[in-house]
Design a protein. Sequence first.
Length: 393
Amino acid sequence: MIMPLPPLTLYLHIPFCRRKCPYCDFHSSAMTRLPEGQYLAAVQRELSLRRRQWADDPRPLSAIFIGGGTPSLLASQTMAGLLEAILALWPVVADCEITLEANPESASLAKMRDWRQMGIQRLSLGVQAFDAARLHFLERPHTLATARQAIHHAVQVGFAAFNLDLIYATPGQTPEGWAGELTEAMTWHPHHLSCYPLAIEPGTPFFGRHQKGDWLAVGEEVEAVLFQQTRAQLAGGGWVAYETSNFAQPGFACRHNVNYWSFGDYLGIGCAAHGKWTDATGRIWRTRNPATVESYMALLAREATDGEPHPLLHHQPVSSTEAGRECLLMGLRQAVGVELALYQQLTGLDLVERHATRIGHWQEAGWVQVERDRLRLTDQGMPLLDSILLALL
Ligand code: SF4
């Protein structure tokens, strides 16, 4: 049986930053002069190639997410050009949700006004900490005063929703200090909060410094305390933990991210972006763009050889094993959990039957629930997400 096609959203990656933060392993390059014109031209070309590739797809976009990198570094004219190019080629639903990621030091009041006028309704601000010493440790290019001013401007401009990104579990952080930071975050009344623990990723400067013993990570126990504290404190203010690190006032979950975590389809546009696409027969495909700015722009400058599709359009089938894995990995992060019928459709397997003994134990322990065709983690189970996934994958 072929299921109806999932919703379709679009992610556009802006791979530029002023400088690299020492913990960051995202695809972005530190640049002082941005090749805005060339990047815009490359993205425009990619959009028209992909439109031809997906010509038969009738789905309108339900959300557009412009992330990075630091999208707020772009001039307003470039940003408008990018949005126009998307909207000229893709139909969108009437209330299409358009989100932009911005960093406080490059989000001026004038730019915010321009973004709002272009139709960007959601702003996600990379504040990261409400503590000067922690901002300094993270080597963010903004100060606490700049962060507060940017939030003030976002409120003044009146985005339909704004999000604050915060990082916790930095060395030496205490529950008391974190409580104070969360209190400040809540007093700004953001519609959405993303709170991620600091991850020490291989290949980053932080990884090297940590290996050398320059500082000690907070450790699993403290991180677990801060995790629970975040959930409890934000729940007290009405922010619902709809995903393990994401909290929203009712009705303000991020549509693109929910689609991604729910194994929906998304166009991945721009350098290093990847996409997922279900064709009319139900087969699932993955697209993956070149990872560096130079290689992405060079590929887009190439013409297709006679009779061959453009090399950017190369796509790979997603096996049922990979699809099931991804559906679980993403789905269990959400409070609503994984849709069991979808898992069965992707893999041909009954998840609950396959892990009946384990799931039975977890149910008894109060860590998981199976209800309304979903397997979900409870509040007690959410801190065990990684070990539960390990057992199910
Ligand atoms: S601003 Fe964001 S994307 Fe850029 S280096 Fe820092 S963490 Fe990475």
